[in-house]
Design a protein around this ligand. Structure first.
Ligand code: CMC
Length: 429
């Protein structure tokens, strides 16, 4: 059986044989299909990339129908259960293999060397208004890092590239925590490199009055698991932004800022904040049927439900749901949990959601945990951005080293006016 696709162009009766590789045809192979020699040739129209692969990747695998997510081949459930350190998973995503003891220690030490930010970064952050959204501060400060490390533009120097990767992974928790402290009017807490990645972050967030802050082990563990679950998710909107912007060969700080901006939207990483606002609005279990009816009537969406790729339960949501109970043992139950559980139960039985294969996604329960741990709602997207920085960097590096890639530049179908003649202003209608 030949691995080809035969296309007959009914306009010309011509036949074309197009190679199939990895169950995919190359869109450029369609360009030979023309009516006249000087035609541009056939294009594929695919708004929102619903059926277009833009990269060949070896990082993250998703089977949306079966609810499978793997980083470098390892199932997400195994990483969430067995990996005790986020650094280990970061190493796996970036380098392709789980680290040995020695490699993990060296990697941790490298990251620890970079956790502090330049004092000017602190001053820059102090310039934001007292009520600035932490995600706006985060995005802007990440972009500003490029001005501190001008060498970052040398993206094809492996050493330079690795240094920026180290810096970004080390500094994002610091910048994130500073943005929170700023919004609270509290002094910034410097990194404590004796702590774990998650523990240090919690310390920078919640330490008060100089007393040593001991993160509760269960909460530190929960945050580590949440970081692992959020670290990468193949070609999502923000990874696509990272790759697209990075394809212009801009420095990784600028590309990361663009990716973080993409993450902020309510259809992407902003959804966990939107879920809690929705639960607040529902307020009581008795209001759920009315709310569901409104969603079905097209008056809004059930936030934290549905996914472009998963047409099954998001495997991350399963882990998070279980984790929520572990966190609530320490923090006390988030009162919104009962509303969320009932909402899920009703939605999963409702024909509207069943027919459209809408299941809870990663954001449905994560916000409940974050809130119980004391993080304010507008900080949730920042919590998503910290671990996702690792994924963005892995995707970025793979992209710029891929010899098949070029600057990302889609085509369009132009439907506007054909050429028109200039009209002087007093003759315009
Ligand atoms: N509530 C109600 N209806 C929905 C929902 C929802 N959450 N999601 C999709 N639908 C309906 C949609 O109206 C459409 O119905 P119809 O065929 O009658 O027009 C159908 O399901 C298909 O939806 P779509 O908008 O074509 O699907 P998409 O793949 O473009 O969108 C999504 C995926 C995640 C943007 C969407 O499901 C959504 O808006 N969900 C709520 C926001 C959310 O939870 N986002 C977090 C995603 S996971 C984490 C992340 O990526 O950051």
């Amino acid at each position: 059986m030949p691995d080809t696709l035969t296309i007959t162009d009914n306009r010309t009766d011509k036949k074309y044989e197009i190679p199939i590789e990895h169950d995919t045809i190359r869109a450029l192979d369609l360009r030979q299909i023309k009516v006249k020699d000087d035609d541009f040739g056939l294009m594929a129209y695919d708004p929102a990339f619903m059926n277009t692969a833009s990269v060949k990747s070896r990082i993250t695998y998703i089977d949306g129908d079966r609810g499978i997510l793997r980083y470098r081949g390892y199932p997400i459930e195994q990483l969430a259960e067995h990996s005790t350190s986020f650094m280990e998973v970061a190493y796996l995503l970036l380098k392709g293999e789980l680290p040995t003891h020695a490699q993990r220690e060296e990697w941790r030490n490298t990251i620890r060397h970079h956790t502090f930010v330049h004092e000017n970064v602190k001053k820059l952050m102090e310039g934001f208004r007292y009520d600035a959204h932490p995600m706006g501060m985060f995005i802007s400060t990440i972009a500003a890092l490029s001005t501190f490390y001008p060498e970052a533009k040398n993206i094809f120097d492996a050493g330079v590239r690795q240094r920026q990767i180290n810096r970004l992974i080390a500094k994002v928790p610091t910048i994130a925590a500073f943005s929170y402290r700023h919004s609270k009017g509290m002094p910034y807490v410097y990194p404590d490199n004796a702590l774990t990645y998650a523990g240090n972050f919690l310390n920078m967030m919640f330490q008060m009055g100089g007393a040593k802050y001991d993160p509760h082990p269960a909460l530190e563990h929960a945050l580590t698991v949440l970081f692992i679950l959020h670290a990468d998710h193949e070609q999502n909107c923000s990874a696509n932004a990272m790759r697209g912007v990075g394809s212009s060969y801009v420095d990784p700080y600028s590309a990361c800022a663009a990716a973080a901006a993409a993450l902020w939207g309510p259809l992407h990483g902003g959804a966990n904040e939107a879920v809690l606002r929705m639960l607040d609005e529902i307020d009581d279990k008795k209001n759920i049927p009315g709310f569901i009816k409104e969603v079905k009537d097209g008056k809004g969406r059930l936030m934290g439900f549905g996914h472009r790729v998963y047409k099954n339960y998001d495997p991350r949501a399963k882990v998070i749901k279980k984790l929520a109970y572990e966190v609530f043992e320490v923090t006390g139950k988030n009162p919104k949990l009962d509303i969320a559980l009932e909402l899920e139960r009703i939605a999963l039985e409702d024909e509207y959601f069943v027919k459209r294969k809408l299941y809870p996604n990663v954001d449905f329960y994560s916000g409940l945990i974050y809130q119980a741990m004391g993080f304010p709602m507008d900080f949730f997207p920042v919590l998503f951005a910290i671990p996702r920085t690792v994924g963005w960097l892995a995707q970025w590096e793979e992209h710029i080293l891929d010899s098949e890639q070029k600057i990302a530049r889609p085509r369009q179908i132009y439907l506007g006016h054909q050429e028109r003649q200039w009209v002087p202003i007093d003759k315009r209608k």
